[in-house]
Design a protein around this ligand. Structure first.
Ligand SMILES: [Zn+2]
Length: 240
């Protein structure tokens, strides 16, 4: 089983690993800092693998595949199990997604608290995030989004520390608001990774986040769309 290094340290930019399997231009490793995607609402990490020869080959996608992570390379390479490689994350891309991802937690918490609105979809890319919410029953949903973005920026500006810890399934299920999420996880999962923004949000979540909300800087509302009664969509990006 591949060790997901980003779950312990979301700020790891380079790592050493041993090749476990090669299939065409897909390379599998004993551990990785590449967050696979699209998964957990986030797009894939990109970056490079440095081969034993010193060659640097682009990782165009990290793909979740049967509980493992396939590092899809721009070209097939001469690697075999047991070879040592160095992984390098495209940090600019990843860090933008970490900021937008953490902001999405705050935005979802604000809309849940005020309207009971649940997230019905979403995708985060480095340049822009989009989230769908069930805002049925909220007449002026556009104003609701605008106010929620203001509130999100106010909370982000409070420099809250984002906590990451592991809980047993039983302990996690006792946290109000987490039940629905945890209930959807496969029964074989014994330990849940919990991401908590104290006083704002607590979720079972496997993805990378920033350590402090002040790193985000703030978000800017880009566009609003209605995709149906239960899917009101907001597009937002980082404040530059
Ligand atoms: Zn998250």
């Amino acid at each position: 089983m591949v060790k997901l290094l980003f779950q312990e340290d979301s700020y790891l930019k380079e790592f050493d690993a041993v090749v476990t399997r090669v299939s065409g231009n897909k390379v599998f490793l004993d551990q990785t800092a590449f967050h696979p995607g699209p998964s957990g609402g986030l797009d894939t990490d990109k970056g490079w693998l440095v081969l034993p020869t010193g060659d640097r080959v682009e990782v165009v996608q990290a793909l979740e595949e049967g509980g493992d992570v396939a590092h899809v390379l721009a070209r097939a390479v001469n690697l075999k199990p047991g070879d040592r490689v160095r992984g390098v994350i495209d940090w600019e891309r990843r860090y933008r997604m970490m900021k937008l991802h953490t902001a999405s937690h705050v935005l979802a918490a604000v809309l849940y608290k005020k309207y009971g609105a649940l997230v019905t979809g979403g995708h985060i890319q480095p340049e822009e995030a989009k989230d769908d919410f069930d805002l049925s029953g909220v007449e002026d949903w556009k104003a609701a989004f605008q106010q929620a973005v203001e509130e999100t920026n106010r909370i982000i500006g409070g420099c809250l520390e984002v906590k990451v810890y592991w809980l047993s399934r039983d302990e996690a299920l006792k946290i109000p608001g987490i039940v629905k999420l945890a209930g959807r996880l496969p029964p074989e999962v014994e330990k849940l990774r919990i991401v908590e923004i104290p006083g704002v949000d607590v979720q079972a979540d496997g993805g990378p986040h920033v350590k402090n909300t002040c790193e985000i800087g703030g978000i800017v509302l880009k566009k609003l769309e209605s995709k149906g009664a239960k899917r009101k969509r907001i597009y937002y990006s980082l404040k530059e």
